[in-house]
Design a protein around this ligand. Sequence first.
Ligand code: MF3
Ligand code: CO
Length: 247
Amino acid sequence: MIPLKSEREIETMNTAGKILSGIIQKLRDAVAAGVTTAEIESAAERLMREEKVVSAFKGYRGYPGQICTSINEEIVHGIPGGRILKEGDIISLDVGIKYKGFYSDAAVTVPVGVVSGTVKKLLEVTQVSLEKGIELAQPGNHLFDISHAIQVYVEANGFSVVRDFVGHGIGTKLHEDPEIPNYGVPHTGEILKPGMVLAIEPMVTQGTCECRILSDGWTAITKDGKYSAHFEHSVAITENGPEVLTA
Ligand code: MF3
Ligand code: CO
């Protein structure tokens, strides 16, 4: 069952989304060679406190961090710690907050200084694949139209979509129905309706889409060690089309 939100609730989720995108913008500016992921985490904690919002991730199924920071071959759920960023790395900043009873979730992948040409392309293709998915988040479309658009764009550019992690509905819970895979058959899946709010989050790899989980129980990495990128927005479906709450 996909919970529908009222216009008023979507208004609140939009405010949450705008707060979240402001936080992510500031964290993006904190990314530099020589900085540790623990320092980015501290900045996130301070910014959330200033905005009077709380982390959606801390304590979620025992997750220990305020945010997720996933570097290079790390796909998702990297735990902030002592790892030092260096020139040429990429880091995904995945941040979720709770505001007035509603969750908001978004992620960007940021280059540290200058990255190689292929890695730059990986970031661009992942970001554009998210936009392609969002374009199809329209009333009357099918859920997997979104999934298919992401997959087709990514694969046409020679990269792979991760299958072990998916996007999700979002609202009074961080993860609500439906699951939103980043691959799928067009014109299948639930028919999209105004009031649905979806966290769409392509995770894209340079090589294999196969992953494994590190011994910390959280960090997912690519099996071949090649780089992976992740972009995410929380998107409301309205009568006028998609509204990107975390823009
Ligand atoms: N954006 C990810 C997701 O929606 C981050 C979850 S981190 C967790 O699944 F700690 F909350 F699991
Ligand atoms: Co998410």
